[in-house]
Design a protein around this ligand. Structure first.
Ligand code: FES
Length: 57
């Protein structure tokens, strides 16, 4: 996973959330609720694929 603003590329496990990956690698990322309700962690996918658990749809 590459974070555009920081330019940092890190390894993310399948199913691991963006906020969790950012925190684990010292990358600043806005968030509030951490459960898909507020949208403050929203980010733009520049390439690749992303999935969302059915529980968050
Ligand atoms: S922190 Fe991601 S939706 Fe609220």
């Amino acid at each position: 996973m590459t974070f555009a603003k920081s330019g940092k590329t890190v390894i993310a496990r399948r199913g691991e959330g963006v906020i969790r990956v950012a925190e684990a690698n010292g990358i600043a990322k806005d968030y509030t609720c951490r459960n898909g309700e507020c949208g403050s962690c929203r980010c733009k996918l520049l390439s690749g694929e992303v999935g969302m658990p059915d529980s968050l749809l």
